[in-house]
Design a protein around this ligand. Structure first.
Ligand code: ZN
Ligand code: ZN
Length: 345
């Protein structure tokens, strides 16, 4: 069977093509994609490639999607043609040493699924088994497609262990940063959001419910603003980095109080080095944390938040484009003129 698909060939070279899609193998299902979303990771990949997500080219591209099952392979249980579903872009094996310790996001056998910017996608057996979820009848596809990106943030928030009333700064307001603002508010934090892009600063208030925002174009050294925002004027209880640049990682030490916590959520390009004053960690007892990716538990929790808590994720969609114009969406997001672009095959 032939389908239309956006294929990644090289940085800045993606092509909208007709490609072959095979029937699902044993344990697999085929999903007709209804909604896909662009993602900061896809934008990074578009710009410079990706060593983990894209191993050989041409490769299918995109990883946030929801849709309807169109074909079912042999020996699949619990899923039928016509079911409305959302899938995560990976699943842990439950067998390696990390999975046995419950550290599922560090699984040695995570295989990343690409191909959301297509008409159809085959879901590998392991994801069908662990990370393919049915959608409630009244949850629309556009909102459901947020389950994967949100799962990363649900994981991040859980490990941050925010207490009610704590002052939290979120630095970097891409879709992930904006979701951190929202979930930190749900944990009862007072949140200050810092970024440069007017569109995203506005969403930090309208979507995230931030108590205060800082425009980093105006304030290059916002440490005093963070101090003034904190309860005792000593610095933030918690600062969350959602940019992924070494220079921003280093600045984070200026933003938190003694005994505070820094969460480095934004991944820098591999090989990046940072330096910091050891006194900050020893005498000032600043705690450092960092988490990667998600686990089946957080993926389920993300879908629950979208549906049961009615998280207004759709506010992050700034543009809707047909599949043949998906590249335009990536470019728009790369240039900071879009937050999330909804792609409709
Ligand atoms: Zn993503
Ligand atoms: Zn594993």
């Amino acid at each position: 069977m032939k389908m239309k698909s956006l294929q990644f060939y090289a940085p800045l070279d993606v092509r909208y093509e007709e490609v072959e899609i095979k029937d699902p193998k044993e344990g697999e299902v085929q999903v007709k994609i209804e909604s896909a979303l662009t993602c900061g990771t896809d934008v990074k990949t578009y710009k410079r490639g990706h060593p983990v997500l894209i191993k050989k080219v041409p490769s299918p591209f995109g990883h946030e999607f929801s849709g309807v099952i169109s074909k079912v392979g042999k020996n699949v249980q619990g899923f039928n043609v016509g079911d409305r579903v959302v899938a995560a872009n990976s699943a842990p094996c439950f067998e390696c040493c990390y999975c046995k310790r419950g550290e599922y996001n560090l699984c040695e056998n995570l295989e990343f699924l690409n191909g959301a910017y297509s008409q159809y996608i085959n879901i590998p057996k392991n994801i069908v088994k662990r990370n393919l979820l049915h959608l409630p009848d009244d949850l629309d596809f556009d909102r459901a497609a947020f389950a994967e990106p949100l799962a990363n943030v649900v994981h991040g928030i859980d490990k941050t262990e925010i207490k009610n009333g704590e002052s939290v700064g979120v630095i970097g307001l891409g879709p992930i940063g904006l979701m951190f603002v929202k979930l930190a508010k749900l944990k009862g934090a007072r949140v200050i959001a810092a970024g440069r892009n007017p569109l995203k600063l506005k969403l930090a208030k309208e979507f995230g419910g931030a108590d205060a925002i800082v425009d980093l174009n105006k304030y290059k050294h916002p440490q005093q603003i963070f101090k003034d925002f904190s309860e005792d004027k000593k610095g933030l209880d918690i600062a969350i980095e959602c940019v992924g640049l070494p220079e921003v990682w280093e600045q984070m030490f200026l933003y938190v109080r003694k005994g505070g916590k820094i969460h480095f959520f934004g991944g820098c390009s591999s090989g990046s080095k940072v330096t910091f004053d050891t006194q900050k960690i020893h005498y000032e007892q600043i705690k450092l944390i960092s988490v990667f990716h998600h686990t089946p538990k957080y993926f389920r929790e993300a879908l629950r938040l979208i549906y049961e808590e009615n998280l207004p994720v759709e506010k992050l969609i700034t543009d809707t484009l047909p599949l043949e114009r998906a590249e335009e969406g990536l470019i728009k997001q790369m240039n900071g003129r879009a937050v999330k672009v909804l792609i409709k095959p």
